[in-house]
Design a protein around this ligand. Structure first.
Ligand code: ADP
Ligand code: ASP
Ligand code: MG
Length: 807
């Protein structure tokens, strides 16, 4: 069983109520639906009562407006409403009118009458909701929610309420509709309520008493946000909050949940979900007992219109019981204090109260300490009004260092002085007092610096959605939430392109159906158009990701660098192009403060280029590189056997996605040459592809013909390969296509590797790289593993993207 509470806006119009009906009727389990009054009605009822009390005849039109609002909603929902419903509602309106008339006549508004008047909001909305929702039964909260009076307020009588609720809902099946907010006094049975915003409380009381599976608070925002969205436009939804954090925020003015509503469900760890009635698919926020996500600050909240009262003495040392006398006196006057700051030198104590209570607080303090003041042992209290308190909340505050310092610094830098500061009784809260006129600005700068700048965004343009690009998009989508949660990193894919079409959107383009959208909504592009669009979007923190093998795309990098766009590429063309071009690209990127990363150009996801750079940066010198760099060729020579002839292994490599789309790029050694050139350059050597000697194993004429001819001719090589293979087998040797750089000599060749050599055992399409350096001299460094395949290549591209985020 779950309890669903719908707030005022959620039941405020016929349209909203229809939405509630859809949400509730879609449930398979039994539910209790708690409703608020139609949005704004509680205020209007209180206004009308106030007018009547003052003898203002305008209460009649205020009443008429309330009545009309309910009749209109009824008409819009039902056309002609069921007679019994109309009758009940009209009966309630009539009784309400009678109460108001009575108040007007007598010019008094006793508490019990106010309680009754204001109760009609929820009583009417619940009537309507129960009639609208199929199969729903109305349960009257006045029968089972009980309060008792204390210091002018009505507090929940938990024991009586729990008992009545359990009795009333025993064996509940289906849908129950309950008016929120309203209650009765246990003794007098007068109508009372749980305080403004109290429908949340009703729902929570029911959830706890009946051990509900969950409490859902349906409101008009997508969840609990990092700050009040009405003040902070950039606030965003918090996925999960602990009860402790939620309580701090709600007690400090986050109106989204009525703070007392968290108390009943907290000890039972009944999760609370905050959901948007008008956007039910949004994930919302879950509040439950759990450790925080490591982020020191979860949210901020504020209370405006407060005052600070300061009690001071030349020295309070030796004055016994000051605090207890102070707070005792304040509590007897029913003045609530929500912030205390005491100096350790014991010369003063400052506390925060509502502006409205400031004078009373001052008087109370002066009276309590009149003897000390008259002796000069204490000074009369001082009051500073029109202030606001900002609370920064998070379980991580307990462990984080320097948060208060950071708060003071950013406020100071923005010209805002901090008048008092309290670091929480709860460990989860740092509260600062500033002048009321700086409240909005304070919230904005604090939010910006704790939530926005720590929430790093990277905006990606992904070009090429073949095997690697497709996998990459899949991987990013799969990791996105974790990265946001654990790394405060938001990866946005803001552009996707294939050879002739592109799709751009600042809101992200990688929906489930991105391929289809690319076809239907994508704009036709040329490489130049693509470049202009990417640059034209002018998004901060952009990365262009090249998952193509296209020279035209590689030709765009320099323009991207010039516009502060980093490039991550699986495309080998740029890094293996003319040395001058390679050098120019690297230098331009460096000058512009952006990154040019191409780790996947060699060994797919294996950390080869990064390792070479790390060695070089630490002062080592790479003397020799020996490597098996072609996953394709290694696959071919590992697969060839008495049963599988050479030609078939080539076909298999292509079909399984190991080879370049045209396998001749692999067979010609061209792919390995490019890789060797890239590695050597990264190792600090100036080398061109033409410097590499190639010893090939497929005759030249295989490379000049068409693809069809190539495939047709390929089996003609099988017999010779089989003969050689048998010889090798007898000699316990294996073929490896080895790339080598040593002493300014560069070569690629098919070598026969004897048993015992580190290249001998090299499975499938694996790569192996031996780096001999000044430091790794006798025992070269060896990097080995999957060197081909879309998954690992995409993962390598992903890793490059992540390293940009880490700058
Ligand atoms: P309901 O009528 O559904 O109970 P409320 O008006 O009581 O709704 O609470 C929801 C409102 O709380 C939101 O519309 C929003 O303006 C306000 N609010 C204040 N602080 C926050 C916050 N941190 N997160 C979400 N909403 C907040
Ligand atoms: N209708 C009441 C109020 O406006 C209770 C609630 O909506 O939660 O305060
Ligand atoms: Mg509310």
């Amino acid at each position: 069983m779950k309890v669903l509470k719908f707030g005022g806006t959620s039941v405020g119009t016929a349209e909203a109520l229809q939405q509630v009906k859809r949400i509730v009727e879609g449930r398979s389990e039994s539910v209790i639906v708690v409703v608020s009054a139609l949005g704004g009605v509680t205020d209007r009822l209180l206004d009308a009562a106030g007018m009547a009390e003052k003898g203002d005849g305008a209460y009649v039109s205020a009443f008429e407006a309330i009545a009309a609002r309910h009749r209109t909603v009824l008409g819009e929902l039902f056309g002609s409403a069921p007679a019994s419903l109309t009758q009940t509602l009209e009966g309630q309106l009539e009784r309400l009118r009678t109460c108001l008339d009575g108040v007007f006549t007598l010019k008094v508004l006793p508490e019990k009458t106010r309680g009754e008047i204001v109760s009609y909001g929820e009583r009417m909305s619940a009537q309507i909701a129960a009639a609208l929702i199929d199969g729903a039964t109305l349960y009257d909260a006045l029968d089972f929610i009980r309060t008792f009076p204390q210091q002018g307020r009505h507090l929940l009588d938990s024991r009586a309420t729990e008992k009545l609720v359990r009795e009333r809902f025993a064996g509940l099946r289906g849908i129950a509709v309950v008016p929120g907010f309203i209650a009765r006094d246990t003794k007098s049975l007068d109508i009372t309520n749980l305080g403004r915003g109290g429908s949340d409380y009703t729902a929570s009381i029911l959830a706890a008493a009946l051990d509900a599976e969950a409490l859902e608070i349906w409101t008009d925002v997508d969840g609990f946000m990092t700050a009040d969205p009405r003040i902070i436009k950039t606030s965003y939804v918090i996925d999960t909050l602990s009860f402790a954090e939620a309580m701090e925020l709600c007690n400090f003015g986050a109106k989204v949940v009525y703070a007392p509503a968290l108390y009943p469900v907290y000890p039972k760890d009944i999760p609370v979900h905050i959901k948007n009635t008008f956007n039910p698919d949004a994930q919302g926020t879950t509040i439950r007992n759990q450790a925080g996500d490591g982020r020191p600050v979860t949210g901020i909240a504020s209370i405006g219109d407060i005052a600070l009262v300061t009690l001071s003495a030349p020295s309070m040392v030796g004055l016994i019981g000051i605090d207890s006398r102070l707070f005792g006196a304040l509590s007897r006057q029913e003045i609530s204090v929500f912030l205390v700051s005491q100096s350790s030198s014991e010369t003063g104590i400052t506390f925060g109260v509502a502006n409205a209570d400031a004078e009373a607080a001052r008087r109370t303090v002066d009276e309590e300490f009149a003897p000390e003041i008259s002796h000069g042992a204490m000074r009369p209290a001082t009051v500073e009004k029109d202030l606001a308190a900002v609370a920064v909340v998070g379980e991580g505050l307990k462990y984080a260092k320097g948060i208060a310092g950071k708060l003071f610094t950013i406020l100071g830098r923005n010209g805002i002085g901090v008048l008092a500061c309290a670091q929480g009784s709860s460990d989860y809260n740092i509260s600062l007092v500033v002048e009321q006129k700086y409240l909005r600005k304070s919230l904005n700068v604090i939010h910006d610096s704790f939530f926005l700048s720590e929430y790093q965004e990277l905006n990606l343009f992904i070009c090429g959605i073949g095997t690697v690009g497709g996998k990459l998009i899949e991987q990013i989508r799969g990791q996105r939430e974790r990265l946001m949660r654990e790394r405060n990193l938001k990866l946005n894919i803001v552009g996707i392109a294939r050879s002739t079409k592109a799709l751009f959107s600042r809101d992200g383009v990688d929906s489930d159906d991105f391929r289809q959208r690319l076809e239907t909504e994508g704009m036709p592009i040329t490489p130049e158009r693509l470049r202009d669009e990417v640059i034209g979007m002018n998004i901060f923190n952009s990365v262009f990701v090249d998952c193509t093998a296209s020279p035209q795309i590689a030709a765009l990098y320099k323009d991207f660098f010039a516009h502060s766009i980093s490039v991550v590429t699986a495309n080998k063309i740029a890094a293996s192009s003319d040395y001058a071009n390679y050098k120019d690209l690297k230098e331009t990127a460096l000058k512009r403060g952006v990154k040019f990363l191409f780790e996947t150009n060699v060994g797919a996801g294996l950390p080869v280029i990064n390792t070479i750079n790390a060695l070089k940066n630490s002062g080592d010198r790479i003397e020799k590189i020996e490597a098996v760099l072609s996953g394709t060729l290694n696959f071919i020579f590992n697969t060839i056997s008495a049963d599988i002839p050479f030609s078939q292994t080539v076909k298999m490599a292509q079909e399984q996605g190991f080879s370049e789309p045209d396998p001749r790029i692999d067979l010609s050694g061209k792919d390995v040459i490019r890789k060797l050139v890239i590695l050597s350059r990264e190792a600090g050597y100036r080398v061109e592809q033409s410097d590499v000697e190639a010893h090939l194993f497929v005759p030249d004429d295989f490379f000049d013909c068409s693809m069809e001819e190539f495939w047709a001719k390929l089996p003609s090589l099988d017999a010779q390969f089989e003969k050689e293979r048998q010889r090798l087998e007898a000699e316990h040797k294996r073929w490896r296509f080895v790339a080598k750089m040593e002493n300014g000599q560069y070569s690629v060749s098919l070598r026969e590797i004897p048993e015992g050599h580190s290249f001998y055992v090299l499975d499938g399409s694996n790569n192996i790289i031996l780096l001999t350096t000044e430091r790794y001299h006798l025992h070269p460094m060896l990097i080995q593993g999957y060197g081909a395949g879309a998954d690992v290549t995409a993962a390598g591209v992903f890793a490059d993207i992540m390293s940009i985020a880490n700058i």
